[in-house]
Design a protein around this ligand. Structure first.
Ligand code: NDP
Length: 493
């Protein structure tokens, strides 16, 4: 078994300034943290929905009152502008509040009809917490994204052990400590952090957690699933995307361009459900491109408060963005804004590429950078067909005054924004999840709360009906004779 041997140093992606130093936990330490979470689980479960609601709301208020400290860390460790950091914190708080307030109702006992054969029974369903949930999170929205699993799992009655990305441990430490500060009477282990690299995440999968919620790339998701499969630990997979926006001929083009510019370039394009591809009907293509160009040219990366987005958080991602831009241009795409020279060694200027080949990496693979492709289509049917033709299925957007529902019906994604981008991410009552390479399972909303519970079905015999009992070796001869007729009467008509 590995033990703690290394330190993890997190740095500011804009200037390499050290933000913090953290322990790299090995298998032994991760198991110990999971054991503490298991000890705390009965206490947390026994708080009931009312007690958990209060604890979660205290946590929310503590984060809100000290939000500028978290914003500062988000700016320094992840690189995003402070205003974007505030938006991220705001959205996370919305989700904590929603889960705190709705878990009791969503997860209350449900009565079920017992049916004719067992009409002397009552039937009900309980939603029971798993116990300890492991959460592995990414660096791009290091508060909002893991919070989608953490706040939901906690509200559903589980204790949580969180392994953040190696790029954002300081932000995560602050977020986890805030729970303990807001709830000094809670035992150690309701919400815990394990820091380290990928091996620490793998150790968490094998440390005896009852469920594992993973948010990250499909490649790592496969490794996480393989590790969890060893002990049949159930998983939720929130993976990447290659989301498309479709612009119909009847769209409000300035509005579409404004939203798409933000969806594509916001957070340096490092958004799982960011807009990476646009399909626009030919009749409005030039007008739309002019609007988009106007919007994009006003955007600039940087590290000061006036910048539109920050540096690339993970340096190795820059090579992927460069490869995608190169490939799209080499394949015949036209750089409408920026180009290869836009890809710097920390910051990437916006890039808009017109009509790259459908098979190019920039159209098929997740780029995760401030670039967007625009493809001309002859019809909305063609747009939908091309939009669906990647291995991913996270989200999509459509801009149209009268034909949006046609596109909504055709999209094979799990989330769709109409005349907007990313709207679903801010509605705490809506579930979030993917299909295909974008994963499976749901976080957020009622479906997310249920994802972090298992069902317990209870059938109670209220009274005996003499001679009618089938669940016995002492069945009455009348009942045995009746059974074939009953089968025909109930099910053959
Ligand atoms: P990665 O897949 O690289 O990493 C995700 C997490 O997994 C990190 O904490 C990482 O730790 C950890 N990890 C790495 N290797 C292992 C392993 N073998 N076992 C267990 N855990 C491991 O993703 P990124 O952090 O780069 O995040 C970006 C990706 O996340 C993009 O694809 C993006 O689309 C996706 N994403 C999806 C969202 C959704 O809701 N669908 C939301 C946000 C992002 P370490 O960093 O220490 O290596």
């Amino acid at each position: 078994m590995t033990t703690q041997t290394e330190q993890l140093v997190s740095t500011n992606p804009a200037n390499d300034e050290v933000v913090g130093t953290f322990a790299v936990l090995g298998e032994v330490q991760v198991r110990a943290v999971v054991a503490r979470a298991r000890n705390a689980a009965p206490w947390w479960r026994d708080q009931g929905h009312a007690g958990r609601r209060e604890a979660l709301l205290r946590w929310k208020r503590h984060i809100a009152r000290n939000a500028e400290d978290l914003v500062d860390l988000l700016h320094r460790e992840n690189g995003k502008p402070r205003t974007d950091a505030r938006l991220e914190v705001m959205l996370a708080l919305e989700h904590i509040a929603w889960n705190a307030k709705h878990a009791g109702k969503v997860l209350q006992q449900e009565k079920r009809r017992p049916g004719l054969l067992l009409s002397n029974f009552s039937a009900r369903l309980d939603h029971v917490p798993f116990g300890v949930v492991g959460v592995i999170g990414p660096w791009n929205y290091p508060v909002y994204t893991p919070n989608g699993s953490i706040a939901t799992a906690l509200a559903a009655g589980n204790t949580v052990v969180f392994k953040p990305s190696e790029y954002t441990p300081a932000i995560s430490r602050w977020y986890v400590d805030a729970f303990a500060k807001a709830n000094p009477d809670a035992p150690d282990g309701v919400l815990s952090l394990v820091t380290g690299f990928g091996d620490t995440g793998a150790a968490l999968c094998r440390a005896g957690v009852d469920k594992l919620a993973f948010t990250g790339s499909a490649a790592t998701g496969r490794r996480v699933m393989a590790a969890c499969a060893e002990s049949l630990v159930p998983v939720v997979m929130e993976l990447g995307g290659k989301d498309a926006a479709i612009v119909a001929a009847d769209a409000d083009l300035p509005r579409a361009a404004e939203a798409i510019a933000f969806g594509a370039l916001g957070n340096s394009g490092q958004t799982c459900a960011g807009v990476e591809r646009v399909y626009v009907e030919r009749s409005v293509r030039d007008e739309f491109l002019a609007e988009l160009t106007k919007q994009v040219k006003a955007v600039r990366p940087g590290s000061d408060d006036a910048s539109s987005y920050g540096p690339m958080t993970m340096r190795s991602q820059i090579d992927i963005v460069r490869r995608h831009v190169d490939d799209a241009l080499a394949g015949g795409g036209t750089a409408v804004v920026g180009g290869r020279e836009s890809v710097g060694d920390r910051f990437i200027e916006p890039v808009v590429i017109l009509d790259p080949p459908h098979t190019s990496a920039a159209v098929q693979e997740e780029t995760f950078g401030p670039t967007v492709t625009v493809t001309t289509v002859e019809s909305l049917d063609e747009a939908v067909k091309l939009a669906n033709d990647t291995p991913y299925g996270l989200a999509g957007a459509v801009f149209s005054k009268n034909r949006a529902e046609e596109v909504v019906a055709g999209f094979e994604t799990s989330q769709i924004s109409v005349n907007s981008v990313l709207g679903f991410a801010g509605v705490a009552a809506l579930p979030l999840g993917g299909v295909g390479e974008s994963g499976f399972g749901r976080i957020h909303g009622p479906e997310g709360l249920k994802e972090f519970t298992r069902t317990r079905a209870i059938a109670t015999q209220k009274y005996a009906i003499p001679g009618m009992n089938l669940i016995t070796f002492n069945r009455s001869p009348v009942m045995v004779r009746l059974l074939p007729r009953l089968i025909r009467w109930l099910h053959a008509r």
